[in-house]
Design a binder for this molecule. Structure first.
Ligand SMILES: [Zn+2]
Length: 138
C-alpha cells in the first residue's frame, strides 16, 4: 500500500553549468510529492499517519523555503548572497531537480520512519510540466 503527501515551497537558484537561461538567478514554486510504501499497521489501519509525514518532511522544506540554494562551487554567488545578507543554503551539488530528489531522499531517510515502511519515493516538480523522481528501499 502507498500513501502520498504534497508539499510546496518557493526557492531561488541558478544552474552554474547550464549553457542557457537556467544560468541566470531565478526561482520556482516547487512541489514535492513524497510517497511511502509499506504494510498497513493493523492497530492504526495506516501505512503512516499523514501528520507524521508532515513532521518528517516540513522541517526539510522549511529550511529551503524563501531561500536561494547554491552549489558550494558557485563561489561568486555565495559571496554576493553573503554581501546581501539574504537567506541562502549551500549544498554540495548543482541544484537541479534531479539532485534535489537525491537530497530529499537522503534527508527523509534519516528521520524516524515507521518500521513497516519499505520504500520512499519523492518527486520534485520545478514547474507544472516537469518533474524528476527516484525511490529508495529502506
Ligand atoms: Zn530553475
Amino acid at each position: 500500500m502507498k500513501i502520498s503527501k504534497d508539499f510546496r515551497w518557493e526557492m531561488g537558484h541558478r544552474l552554474q553549468c547550464h549553457k542557457g537561461k537556467c544560468f541566470n538567478l531565478h526561482g520556482h514554486s516547487y512541489k514535492l510529492q513524497v510517497e511511502f510504501e509499506g504494510e498497513i499497521d493493523t492497530n492504526t489501519g495506516m501505512v503512516m499517519d499523514y501528520f507524521d509525514v508532515k513532521d518528517v518532511v516540513a522541517p526539510i522544506i522549511n529550511r529551503l523555503d524563501h531561500t536561494v540554494v547554491v552549489w558550494n562551487k558557485d563561489t561568486e554567488l555565495i559571496a554576493m548572497l553573503k554581501k546581501l545578507n539574504t537567506a541562502h543554503v549551500i549544498l554540495p551539488f548543482e541544484t537541479t531537480a534531479e539532485n534535489l530528489v537525491g537530497y530529499f531522499l537522503s534527508e527523509i531517510s534519516k528521520a524516524d520512519i515507521p518500521s513497516g515502511i519499505s520504500k520512499i519515493k519523492v518527486r520534485v516538480c520545478e514547474t507544472e510540466n516537469t518533474y524528476a523522481e527516484d525511490e529508495i528501499k529502506i
